[in-house]
Design a protein around this ligand. Structure first.
Ligand SMILES: Cc1cc2nc3c(=O)[nH]c(=O)nc-3n(C[C@H](O)[C@H](O)[C@H](O)COP(=O)(O)O)c2cc1C
Ligand code: SF4
Length: 518
């Protein structure tokens, strides 16, 4: 009998020793004469259990984790004998954390070998494209519209409308661009998907190309993601070899090809127009809108630019799931959101669930509270430009409009948790400093205002004329919010103002414990 053992090659699992565990496993099995077949997968997203190994059994896969090199011998024994083990987690699909999810985009992540097109196809891969090839472009876009999908990069713009605009714009060439810059703090869903199921993004982009009449696409990935870049290039080559990319896709008249472009590491390059500048070989500076990229985007041509997660939702929708997708969620937030739990949290990871789950459920039940065991004091949702929410707002449902109503945003779905040792004036300062460091410099409120903001917060933290300086800070935030060209400057007011509003006690003289520490 050969044991088939699945081990993640996801960067998060590698960081805690997945390669070393694999090597130890292979060595122990060889020395004991046990036949094993190891398959490297992505991660299931339960990061506190990584490296999480799974063994195929007649009942399904059984998981063990977190496994260290020292555990390998006994884990192998338990796998062979189907016996109890302290690290045995039971049938993977029955782990409550996984069972509570609705994995429409991440269904294959952690399950398949991301380099194997056959594995992808054996798990319903390319069914969306197969159906799309039988439809007119208008019918494809109608499906995307029916699904209610909104862009997962942050702004939540309806994907169907974006595609329709590009399809309706006449041009000799059009482009599809996938935004995988993923600069938001506490987010890693894009990376996970490329490392665990890159074909789903490739398939989504191919369908977009057919829908709008584009024959070329670019995937813009940040340089900090070397494993994702490698996995994506392997998948693109496999899709090209099999006729899923290139000229005459699957023997049809449609052609579409893809190329990876690697960003050099600037937060603003995630902003869609700065990203286009970067692909074109220039410094990442924001372009004034209009014209919208949908009308005049990459190389001046109509361009669909969507986040990784937006494209990843497309194959399910086109495989006949448009209504099923729309049936999930609440209000105008339809479908599922791959939520990323990070920071000081016990059970951090990727949790894909229908919109509507509350912040409190996510932090307390799913996340299990803080890793430090101290009370949760604040959570920042939506990346470095997202608001800080106190526990009093934990009844907020995960929904674009519900968060906006409370001066927050869900952004790319990242939640960063802080315990009661956090100093919120320091966090506000960090937000302003981040804006100052990452500003592209094109407009004055952001370029100059953020630096003045840091100075003003420093004065408040030192206890200098606190009331007057707080008024100056509020005024600055107002100017940033309404006078900035893009959301980097515009949204910096969210973390700063939310910290000021919900945690005013941290904006007097610096708390004694911090004075002692600094
Ligand atoms: C400063 C800044 C950084 C951004 N970073 C990202 C990013 O890393 N990934 C992303 O998909 N969108 C990012 N966006 C949003 C994009 O400009 C754009 O709205 C998005 O790529 C559109 O795709 P979607 O409709 O699928 O969300 C950023 C926006 C701003 C203002
Ligand atoms: S708000 Fe900041 S990042 Fe955005 S265009 Fe202006 S200077 Fe550039």
């Amino acid at each position: 009998m050969t044991l088939r053992i699945f081990i993640p090659r996801d960067a998060g699992a590698l960081a805690v020793g997945a390669d070393e565990v694999t090597e130890a496993l292979v060595n122990v099995a060889a020395s004991r004469g046990i036949a094993i077949d190891t398959v490297r997968t992505g991660s299931r997203g339960l990061y506190w259990l990584e490296p999480m190994l799974e063994v195929a059994t007649a009942q399904g896969r059984v998981a063990f984790g977190p496994v260290t090199e020292d555990d390998v011998g006994s884990v192998l024994d338990a796998m062979l004998a189907d016996a109890a083990h302290p690290l045995r987690l039971g049938l993977t699909e029955e782990i409550p954390w996984l069972k509570r999810q609705t994995r429409l985009s991440f269904g294959r992540c952690g399950v398949i070998d991301p380099s194997s097109l056959d594995d992808y196809r054996a798990h319903d891969g390319y069914k969306g494209l197969a159906r799309a090839l039988t439809l007119t472009p208008d019918a494809i876009i109608a499906d995307v519209t029916t699904s209610g999908l909104r862009g997962r990069g942050g702004a939540g713009f309806p994907t169907g409308i974006k595609w329709k605009t590009v399809a309706a714009t006449d041009a000799d060439r059009k482009f599809i661009v996938c935004n995988a810059d993923e600069g938001d703090s506490g987010t890693f869903a894009d990376r996970m998907l490329f490392e665990g199921d890159p074909f789903v993004v490739i398939e989504g982009m191919t369908i977009a190309g057919i829908a709008v009449g584009a024959t070329k696409g670019y995937i813009y990935i940040r340089s900090e993601y070397p494993h994702a870049i490698a996995a994506t290039n392997i998948a693109i080559a496999a899709a090209q070899r099999a006729g899923f990319l290139g000229a005459n896709i699957c023997g049809t008249a449609h052609s579409f090809d893809l190329e990876v472009r690697v960003g050099a590491g600037a937060y603003v390059c995630g902003e869609e127009t700065a990203l286009l500048e970067s692909i074109e070989g220039r410094r990442g500076i924001v372009r004034a809108k209009p014209p919208l990229p949908a009308h005049k985007g990459l190389f001046g041509k109509p361009t669909v630019i969507n986040n990784v997660l937006s494209f990843a939702a497309i194959p399910f929708i086109l495989a006949g799931g448009a209504q099923a997708y729309a049936d999930c969620g609440m209000g105008r937030s339809r479908g599922t959101m791959p939520i990323q739990l990070a920071g000081n949290i016990k059970h951090g990871g990727l949790f894909e669930v229908a919109f509507g789950i509350t912040l409190g459920e996510l932090v307390d039940e799913v996340g299990g509270g803080t890793l430090s065991g101290r009370p949760v004091r604040a959570v920042q949702v939506g990346g470095p430009l997202g608001a800080y929410f106190p526990r009093e707002l934990f009844d907020t449902p995960f929904d674009y409009e519900a968060f906006a109503k409370r001066d927050g945003l869900i952004g790319h779905g990242g939640i960063v948790v802080f315990d009661d040792s956090v100093d919120m004036s320091k966090q506000a300062r960090f937000a302003m400093e981040f804006c100052a460091v990452e500003s592209c410099g094109k407009c004055t409120p952001c370029r100059i205002g953020s630096t003045r903001g840091v100075e003003t917060i420093d004065r408040i933290r030192k206890g200098e004329r606190v009331a007057e300086n707080t008024a100056v800070l509020e005024d600055l935030c107002h100017t940033l919010k309404f006078g900035s060209l893009c959301a980097l400057g515009g949204f910096t007011s969210y973390p700063v103002m939310s910290a000021l509003k919900h945690f005013p006690e941290d904006f007097g003289a610096a708390p004694p414990r911090l004075q002692a520490a600094e």
